[in-house]
Design a protein around this ligand. Sequence first.
Ligand code: UD1
Length: 427
Amino acid sequence: MDRILIRGGNRLNGTIPISGAKNSALTLLPCALLTDEPLTLRNLPRLADVDSFGHLLNQLGCSTMIEGTRPEDFGRVMTMRAGSVSATIAPYDIVRKMRASILVLGPLLARAGEAKVSLPGGCAIGNRPIDLHLKALEAFGAEMETESGYVTARAKGGRLPGGTMIFPVVSVGATENALMAASRAKGTCIIENAAREPEIVDLCKLLVAMGVHIDGIGTETLTIEGVDRLHGATYRVMADRIEAGSYACAVGIAGGSVDLLGADASEMAATLDALRQAGVQVEEHKKGIKVSADGPLGPLTLSTAPYPGFATDMQAQFMAMLLKADGASVLTETIFENRYMHVPELMRMGADIQVKGRTAVVRGVDRLAGAPVMATDLRASMSLIIAGLAAEGETQVNRVYHLDRGYERLEEKLQAVGADIERVSDG
Ligand code: UD1
């Protein structure tokens, strides 16, 4: 199994190209199931999760072809074609390994009139139910049945009649499944209290490019007029705002000045506000965002919230950045109940953190010390990398497969800006 070794203390200077967004890619890929025409996605990040999603699409009868991008390039182009759908099931084994597989539920139901998906069960960051995904499909007229760990959704006559779903809480995944299911409905589908994340906007834009009519894109009320037949499209995946924010936190703690090429400031306001408040200089320009830091940062009080609030996907990286801040920071996690798995690992590096319920108090320390650490999820792993960049001595981050799920060639990008970081393989 691979490990990442970091010898901390180097300042970061230079340019980091920002990849296509993982969270967007994983909701755009299943749209290939909605049409018998080719769908081409550009700027897809090279990530383990994207590969796994491609394999799932293959199992459902959708071909995938990666165009000849050179190995040294970031991102790639993939053309998918589901001439017909040969299976309508996402099995337990796949859903267990990659939660995003549940996003085939909506498109399979829309295209084939039936879909069966394994219930995902718990995961490292908490109990992540899919009841709202199911309620949305039901609200649009699907017949639902849950048995033996699987849920089956059916549309009488092959197409959903339409309806209104009022979400009691904002859910990104459920809004995505609902949008894709609605795209071929006979009648109008309305989503109230929809998630407004930029990745949802990206999905809406692709659906519109495929012929669906959607009103209210980017707002909490989405009105979808489904079409009988969606057509193919070529679409560029948006830049990864979480990857960009993660590298900004790395600069915050390590010091230096890095240009985040391709990052879109308009989608990262809460992250950029928090960085500025901590004392990181943030300059927006035409091609991206330049972040610079020099000396200890100030403490922050942050609470995670649905977009446009401060993203739960940035909580762990900000916590790492604030480990050496001048004072006490207070972070509150409101989206997931168990998203502090990185805390004990950071404490092994000398961090001073107290967790009480959903709140973590982080008291800045003068010194962090490298240590062998491991994490249980993607963003938690990134927080260990960020802490390692500012720790004395060597940090060894284990279970690198978490990082490979969400950060395209992390060690190469950090090496290029001066970090002493390498991947070692046990063969
Ligand atoms: C969430 C984050 C998203 C992040 C992703 C991965 C929010 C609103 N969503 O998306 O930004 O990229 O994790 O870290 O910040 N819920 C239910 N029933 C459901 C679905 C969700 O109760 O059927 C609850 C969840 O437990 C959670 C909240 O709703 O407390 C938001 O979850 P949701 O947005 O659906 O999660 P993801 O789509 O995984």
